[in-house]
Design a protein around this ligand. Sequence first.
Ligand code: PMP
Length: 427
Amino acid sequence: MPSTDPAAAPDPRAVFLRRESEVRGYCRSFPAVFRAAKGARLIADDGREWIDFLAGAGSLNYGHNPPEVVAEVVAYLQRDGIGHSLDLHTTAKRDFLLAFEDCVLKPRNLDYRVQFTNPTGTNAVEAALKLARKATGRSGIIAFTNGYHGMTLGALAATGNKYNRAAAGVPLSGTTFMPYDGWLGPGIDSVAVLEKYLDDPSSGVDLPAAVIVETVQGEGGINIASTAWLKRLEAAARARGVLLIIDDIQVGCGRTGTFFSFESAGLTPDIVVLSKSIGGCGLPFAVLLNRPDLDARWKPAEHNGTFRGNNLAFVAAAAALRHWWTGRAFESEIAAKGDTVRARLNAIVAANPGKKLTVRGRGLMNGLVCADPDLAARISAKCYQDGLIIERAGPHDEVVKCMPPLTIDAADLNRGLDILTAAVAAV
Ligand code: PMP
């Protein structure tokens, strides 16, 4: 209803508050109405600007509207390039596959079939679980504490978060949770726990089809699995004919410093799930990378979907791969920026001894861990007031999650870190 006070400005959010579903989430923490975005900056309708350390929850590794990508997308539209194509062959899809071979698979000596799924991460996870079950003839999946794999029923069954699980409304079945690296405390080898369960014929845990794991848990609070743990997990799975699915939806595409997050551990997963930043400029896109002999188990159209042919995303993805993933320069850039972030976060910890803070992270995925979750909430809120968008993660939302675009320039990176530093001091 229009205000009766002639001096009161209408709330720019009015239609959202009146009409949009209660399920909305991020906009409650960051309630501005955004109009534009460029690089690492978000601009609201009223002209206010923020530095973006949320980066589309990992979908904007190359920033907002990267010109190298946007130019290709615009040119494609202007020449009437096909927009929607189900899974027909298109020149845009061909170019994406060629770019993916040239920039990602060949330099890493990897051989995978690329499966296009519907463009959300959760749909790609569903497909991965289905394929693992089909290929092994077994139904069980092992997931890990604090893991996050999506909101549709199969992926949700592999997601730890109680609040999200409770919304399912049906029993979430087929998945058994095991302790992630470090979850049982330092010095406890949780792969040994998993092996014990799998090898004891009376443990109550049947041999599963697959384990699904994030090398760094994003939503779970930037929990980092060690190289040794990941290698032991791969070996434990392989020795028992259990498939290894790596969910690289959030931490792939360079977030941890290399294109795939598992490169530094030298893993060869059976199935890799990619989404989010593979879309080049935030366009919806997801793929599975399947070991070829597993992929051969699919029959045509068994995992179908209308939006497996998002050609704009193919164009954007190919442009991003060719621009950032030809050669190794981008990796050095990410490493240097990651060092800057961790140095600044460690300085925050040192300057605020009473606040019980710690730092953890890899590449440009770093977190300021607050012993008191309420402190994390106040830091994030203060940052928003002062021009920085930064989210929280972890089982109690206790980790302030520092995830700028990988392409952020030094000035914006330091400006964002200045705002964070001041916010921690102020709360
Ligand atoms: N897996 C991981 C690791 C994720 O971070 C997410 C999204 N946060 C998903 C799966 C689900 O992706 P989507 O939201 O696109 O369904």
